[in-house]
Ligand binder design. Sequence first.
Ligand SMILES: *Cc1c(COP(=O)(O)O)cnc(C)c1O
Length: 396
Amino acid sequence: MYGKIQQHLQNELNAIREAGLFKSERIIVSPQNAEITLNTGQTVLNFCANNYLGLSDNPQLIEAAKKALDSHGFGMSSVRFICGTQDLHKTLEKKVAEFFGTEDTILYAAAFDANGGVFEPLFGEEDAIISDALNHASIIDGVRLSKAKRYRYANADMEDLEKQLIEAQAQRFRIIVTDGVFSMDGNVAPMDKIVALAEKYDALVMVDECHSAGVVGQTGRGVTELFDIRGKVDIITGTLGKAFGGAIGGFTTGKKEIIELLRQRSRPYLFSNSLPPVVVAAGIRMFEMMDETNELQDKLHTNTAYFMEKMLAAGFDIKPTQSAICAVMLYDAPLSQKMAARLLDEGIYVIGFYYPVVPKGQARIRVQLSAAHEREHLDKAIAAFTKVGRELGVIK
Ligand SMILES: *Cc1c(COP(=O)(O)O)cnc(C)c1O
């Protein structure tokens, strides 16, 4: 039986390879940090992790995780509503709500699950979901799982959003859904305008803060802080897998009735295992750290501004950013791959992205800044970009 499909799968794999789209994985043998060691023995500076606050290898989080291993054990072997809820889970949910200034929080195994499980319980055939065209795959999948009518607007295009809102007036409830920060350009969703349109056209607002939580806004409270719209966003989803320690875990936080209904009906919550205590305890410690000091946000913002300024001065074409993502535009796909490879030779680990991950003719290298980067790391990266950029004719 396998024989027939095996040939088919082999053909698919070959087609992916021939299209130059085959993704291979580099193997890291050190913890995730600003400096990492690859299995080739090469030590490189890491500019492609979502480790925005440098917490992936943070001693305080490791300590909290070790303690929880002793006090609360290793695994939960249960979903939350049977016997998978510890005091730790309730504490972390409260911490998330305090951080975002929301009413209640529900934890998931990942933000992919939070987004996958948020729409179907809340919206039915008579409702409308109005989604940004560049929203994350998990939002797209989550929307597909609901029976609501779907509307799509061009990325951050408020004229188009208004058009869709007008069309969606016939529906019972409407919700506008957007990423807070779009991961390929680093642009922030225009939340002030989105909230204003939501008020005008009677819609709820949901924002996915995966790339913005911990990063955007003066104290890292995300887009609701940046635009001063706390309390005006009904649903926030986010991850513990990026700025917030980088391990695993997702959450939905917002209005209490919404969260309560999700606990009753959200399928990835009801039918998937609880987060392990080590992860939850480290998460609690992480939110305590966020309350104690703003040092990491300050350092990240300083690093991003410094990197942007020097790279623009060197002549690179970089998309405007309000996040920790800098898209160094090259436009040409093979050039993006060549440049990333040359940068790795120079000890700088970055990834070149091209179609279909970004639009045709929009190839780029995405640089992700971190509070773990020291000034010397940034200078080394800028020097390497400048050297390789000149060599490849990207800059003069
Ligand atoms: C990374 C990401 C997710 C998925 O987060 P996980 O916790 O890793 O599942 C969802 N949405 C956006 C916008 C993301 O960037």
